[in-house]
Design a protein around this ligand. Structure first.
Ligand code: NAD
Length: 507
């Protein structure tokens, strides 16, 4: 399979940016600014203006300033902005999808699916704008009313990873905006063009509905500009998505200034395959979760824990499916596996496979497909491991699927829980006792525990996130909105007496 040229990709990116109304000045490769590259060919396509520390400071000041007006705008009116953003996303789904494919290397269907996730969360947030409910609580004192009210928090700093260059911004921004917060976004330095396109759309949406222009701002650059966001006391909440390494740095720094953080970090997700599993279903779920997005999702399936009675058949079927996966240009019809993001990812994959071999692992696949010098396309690998060794405990952001075996379900659950990360997990079984045990308090310790589907591809309606080194944050649906608001407890005395709580008498 041949790849498009850098010129073709540059033209496609330019056309998509133009279509969404982005007016950014793109520099030629090598000119000053932040390089915008593509994993499809490995080329730098252009440069974009990098945000200076002073400009980042001004962006934070602008968002913090806009908060004064935005927080008193009625929530359903705030919802109108998000509704308009959702409409623009529908209109420009293909344009944004093109940019995601160019910058993150996702196949077209997954890139458009990511934009669909943005549309879905906008719709969810619009409904939420009329449902920011507080509780009333029975007061122990006569003539008193006890209740909770929820209020906007302030400017929210959003830091995102390369592999979900648009959806994670939307999860945060759609919810933050209806909650009455304003946003400053630091996208991955690897995906600045998609971020510029999103910013153009939110600016258009704000202009269309008469919302303050500064409700959502963007700052472009490397981690140092992200650190500025992390350390700034005007940023009430830092919602950071990325590696455990990043979270380890960001969490304590935000805590140091008593800011709030919401961390969405790495995963090391497993699927248990029980003897009763529907293997057709399991193989499809496993292959999508493990090889999809070339193994570069936080929810990518990295470990299969298979019952010894079915492991041989299962591995045979997975490796057969892997052999038929079309690998190559992510924009081409039929491709299912696109490129790794950069050479470092490829080196990490090679290093992990070497370690696995040294630990007695039997590796099938994992070879590089030479489609061009600067790009890194790989065959997804399946590795049968004699034990869950140190390398299996690490998240290698590439398509490596380790296979482990078990005899009894509690052993399988213990293996599932034995890694430091706690994002997603699954069990394939037709035995209701096993399914319920897996989801019970002493079952999977992950934020996501699925039955008879893979570990990736969550819907926006549920709260998304994970435990342990995954950071504990929850984003997107359910009541994840509460992280973006502050809660006040109000006690109202409508009597003419002043009884004290707990029956205390004073004077
Ligand atoms: P990364 O940690 O290298 O970078 C993520 C973002 O953090 C980037 O914007 C980067 O510039 C910024 N950053 C890095 N160090 C920082 C610091 N000290 N202060 C402030 N900002 C800093 O991650 P990546 O390679 O872009 O993405 C892959 C990782 O992200 C994987 O570990 C994956 O599992 C994780 N991820 C998690 C989720 C989730 O929801 N749990 C979603 C997507 C990706």
């Amino acid at each position: 399979m041949s790849l498009p040229t850098a010129e073709t990709l540059r033209d496609r990116a330019r056309a998509a940016l133009q279509a969404v109304g982005a007016t950014v000045e793109l520099g030629a490769p090598g000119e000053s600014g932040l390089p915008a590259s593509t994993p499809v060919t490995g080329d730098v396509l252009c440069t974009v203006p990098e945000t200076t520390p002073d400009a980042a400071d001004a962006a934070i000041a602008a968002a913090a300033g806009a908060f004064a007006q935005w927080r008193i705008t009625p929530a359903p009116v705030r919802g109108a902005l998000v509704a308009r953003l959702g409409e623009l996303l529908v209109e420009h789904q293909a344009d944004l999808g093109t940019l995601v494919t160019i910058e993150a290397g996702k196949i077209t269907s997954e890139a458009r699916g990511e934009v669909q996730e943005m549309i879905d969360v906008c719709q969810f947030a619009v409904g939420l704008s009329r449902q920011l409910y507080g509780r009333t609580i029975a007061s122990e004192r006569p003539g008193h009313r006890l209740m909770e009210t929820w209020h906007p928090l302030g400017a929210v700093g959003v830091i995102t990873a390369f592999n979900f260059p648009v959806a994670v911004w939307a999860w945060n921004t759609a919810i933050a905006l209806v909650c009455g917060d304003t946003v400053v976004w630091k996208p991955s330095e690897l995906t600045p063009l998609t971020a510029i396109a999103c910013q153009a759309l939110i600016e258009r949406a704000a202009a269309d509905v008469g919302a303050p222009a500064d409700v959502s701002r963007i700052i472009l650059g490397n981690r140092d500009i992200g650190e500025q966001l992390v350390d700034d006391p005007r940023v009430a909440l830092v919602s950071a998505t990325g590696s455990v390494r990043m979270g380890r740095e960001v969490g304590p720094r935000v805590a140091q200034r008593f800011g709030r953080s919401l961390l969405e970090l790495g995963g090391n997700n497993a699927a248990i395959v029980a003897p009763s599993a529907d293997l057709d279903l399991a193989v499809r779920g496993i292959v999508f979760s493990a090889a999809g997005t070339a193994g570069q999702r936080c929810t990518t399936l990295r470990r299969v824990i298979a019952h010894h009675s079915i492991v041989d058949t299962l591995v045979e079927r997975i490796t057969a499916a892997y052999r038929s996966l079309p690998i190559g240009d992510p924009a081409a019809d039929g491709t299912l596996v696109g490129p790794l993001i950069h050479e470092r990812s490829y080196r990490d994959m090679v290093g992990a496979l070497e370690k696995a071999r040294a630990d007695g692992g039997e590796v099938v696949g994992g070879a590089r497909r030479d489609l061009g010098e600067g790009s890194f396309y790989v065959e997804p690998a399946v590795v049968r491991m004699p034990a869950q060794t140190a390398v299996v405990h690490e998240e290698t952001f590439a398509p490596i699927l380790y296979v482990l075996t078990y005899d009894a379900l509690d052993e399988a659950i213990a293996l599932n829980n034995a890694v430091p990360q706690g994002l997603s997990s699954a069990i394939f079984t037709t035995d209701v006792r096993e399914a319920e045990t897996f989801m019970a308090a002493d079952g999977s310790d992950c934020g996501i525990a699925n039955v008879n589907i893979g570990t990736s591809g969550a819907e926006i309606g549920g709260a998304f996130g994970g435990e342990k080194q995954t950071g504990g944050g929850r984003e997107s649906g359910s009541d994840a909105w509460k992280a973006y608001m502050r809660r006040a407890t109000n006690t109202v005395n409508y009597s003419s007496k002043l009884p004290l709580a707990q029956g205390v008498h004073f004077g």
